[in-house]
Design a protein around this ligand. Sequence first.
Ligand code: SF4
Ligand code: ZN
Ligand code: ZN
Length: 300
Amino acid sequence: MKCRKCGGTAVLELRRHNAAFCETDFVEFFRNQVREAIRRHRMFDRDERVLVAVSGGKDSLALWDVLLDEGYRASGLYLDLGIFDYSVESRAKCETFAAARHAELLVVSVAETVGAPVPVIKEATRRPPCSGCGLSKRYLMNRAALEHEFPVVATGHNLDDEAATLFGSVMHWQTDALPRQSPALASTHPKLVRRVKPLYRLSERETAAFAFVRKIDYIVEECPFAKGATSIQHKEILNRMEDASPGAKHNFLFGFLEKARPAFERAEAVTLNECARCGQVTTGTVCAFCKLSDQVKRAR
Ligand code: SF4
Ligand SMILES: [Zn+2]
Ligand SMILES: [Zn+2]
C-alpha cells in the first residue's frame, strides 16, 4: 500500500476516500479536513479566542492539538462530571496535555454548580444519567464561555458521532432536532455563544489514528454510563453499513447537511428569554438547568 501523496509506505488506508497515507501525510490530511471545516462554516477567525470542550478522550484532545498547532488561541474547558474513577482519570489526561502544551485549562465541577455529581443527579431525578449530564454540559459550556469571554465553543464531535445522532433523530423523526444538527450553530441571542464541531469531516477511526501518531495520551475507557446507550447501537449499525459500502456514513451526513437540513429549518425563530433565576438563555421562564438543580436539592 502506497501513500497517495508521496508514494512512500502507507500506514493507514481510508477506503471512503479511496486513499492511503504515510504518517506525515495523514497528519496533513487530518489538519486539512479541520481547516476545511473551519473555512466552509466560518467557525472562527484567527483573532477570536476558542474554548475547546475537552473530555480527556481522543477526539477532543486531537481537536485541541490541531487548533494549537494551527496557531489559534484555544483554551480547554474540562467539565468534571464526578463520575467515579472515569472523571479522575480523564481530568488528569486533560491537565497533563494542557501542561505539556502550555495551554490554559478551565475546570468546572458539576457537583459544585448543580449541587451533586452526575451519579447522584441520576438517582435524584430517576432519569437516565445522560439526560441530566447532557443538559448540565450544554449549560455549563455556554456559561463558562460567557464568563470568560469566549465567543465560541468547539466540541470534538466527529463524523461517526454526527451520523449516529442524525440516524437517531431520523429513526424517531425528531423534526425539532434536525435543524439543530449542524457543524456550526450561530449565536441567536447575546447570551448564547456559537457552537462548532471542527472534526465533523473526520471519522472516529481517523481521530484515533491521529491521536496515536501524535502520541496524545488520552483516556481509552468510555464513561461507565455509556454502555447500552442507543447512540452506540446506532454507531454499530452505521459501521456495518460502512463496511459493506465505504462512504455510507459520509453520504448520509453530508447529504443531509447539503440537501435535507434546509427543509427542516423553521420559518419562525424560537423566542429566547433570559432565565428569571440565573440569567442564561431559555425558551420558558426558568431554565432547565435551574429546574434540575432545584430537583437535586429537594431530593437530598
Ligand atoms: S455517557 Fe457519561 S459523559 Fe456521556 S452524557 Fe452519558 S453520563 Fe454524561
Ligand atoms: Zn506520504
Ligand atoms: Zn437558569
